[in-house]
Design a protein around this ligand. Structure first.
Ligand SMILES: NC(=O)c1ccc[n+]([C@@H]2O[C@H](COP(=O)([O-])OP(=O)(O)OC[C@H]3O[C@@H](n4cnc5c(N)ncnc54)[C@H](OP(=O)(O)O)[C@@H]3O)[C@@H](O)[C@H]2O)c1
Length: 280
């Protein structure tokens, strides 16, 4: 049995479906019950709060592998307590959804919880793999309402490039390392196949919808005002620095998707084509 936390979010939803399609027994975990059709047939859902690790125990009974998504905001998660529960349940393998910034900005504030979680896992005796993705392509979905309304997008750092990652590749990598041996003790940095700027990604969507997209530049301060109110200030600073002034490690294309999957990562255009209904 593979237990997937964060199972109703961007990554978890795709991961649960990928595992279920491959015939793996899956238990999906989140705090809220998914809507009808929110998880595939044959997948069991358990409500649990990672902030209260004992609530996870029923879902972990009999599990071999656990996918851990650490909530970004509004959390009191104590990684050491959580990992103790996972270990006591008899889980052998753990795959953590971490972030490239844990390696690329080791001293940045706002990422302490991920650092602590990586360390707690490494000291647990479990077979572990850390996945450190870069920026997700899904952020372009924030543009969907204004692209539909008047073919515009508001973007800060419109000409700053990142090798954005299709979360379907993240789900494919996670499904592989959860199911197959040979990935223990590995840290995989996951990116798309090439850097692109927000302006270039808007152009790609414009080509697909058959109309040019106007990019309206935001200042960094306007970008800060648009961050979720629930996000801790230190994390907001980190996200703005990551988006606006990425360092070489954050702009580099990683070979790790291809290392794990034996094929290159999907380009942004493929993500956009798959999600084009959101923009039409
Ligand atoms: N966005 C990026 O570009 C990027 C880049 C690198 C890494 N990451 C990492 O990716 C993760 C976010 O992934 P995502 O986009 O899939 O997230 P998401 O769409 O926001 O989904 C979060 C999932 O976690 C569940 N959840 C939240 N808090 C929980 C809690 N306390 N206990 C149990 N379940 C909880 C949510 O369901 P309920 O609310 O029902 O519990 C939901 O299923 C973060 O850890 C972030 O650091 C993101």
């Amino acid at each position: 049995m593979i237990v997937v936390s964060g199972a109703t979010g961007n990554v978890g939803r795709l991961l649960v479906r990928t595992l279920a399609d491959a015939g793996a027994p899956v238990t999906a975990v989140s705090r809220h019950t998914p809507p009808d059709g929110g998880i595939p047939d044959g997948v069991t859902h358990h409500r649990a709060d990672l902030d209260d690790p004992s609530s996870l125990s029923p879902a972990l009974a009999g599990a071999d592998a656990f996918f851990l998504l650490v909530p970004e905001a509004d959390t009191r998660l104590v990684p050491e307590d959580l990992i103790r529960i996972v270990t006591h349940a008899g889980v052998r393998r753990i795959v953590l959804l971490s972030s490239v910034s844990v390696g690329s900005r080791p001293d940045a504030t706002g990422r302490e919880l991920l650092h602590r979680t990586e360390e707690a896992i490494e000291g647990s005796g479990l077979e572990w793999t850390h996945l450190r993705p870069g920026l997700f392509a899904t952020h372009a979905l924030h543009w969907a309402p204004s692209i539909r309304a008047d073919r515009t997008v508001e973007a800060a750092f419109a000409d700053v490039a990142h090798p954005v990652l299709d979360v379907r590749d993240l789900a494919d990598v996670a499904a592989t390392v959860l199911r197959e041996p040979g990935h223990g003790g590995r840290v995989y940095v996951l990116t798309g196949p090439e850097p692109s700027t927000p302006r270039q990604r808007a152009d790609t969507i414009g080509t697909l919808v058959g109309a040019p997209i106007t990019v309206v530049a935001l200042t960094a301060e306007q970008a800060r005002e648009r961050m979720p109110a629930s996000m801790p200030a230190a994390l907001v600073d980190n996200v703005l620095a990551f988006n606006g002034a990425p360092n070489a490690a954050e702009q580099a294309v990683s070979p790790d998707v291809a290392t794990v999957l034996g094929r290159p990562p999907r380009p942004f255009a493929e993500w956009a084509a798959r999600n084009i209904d959101a923009f039409n």
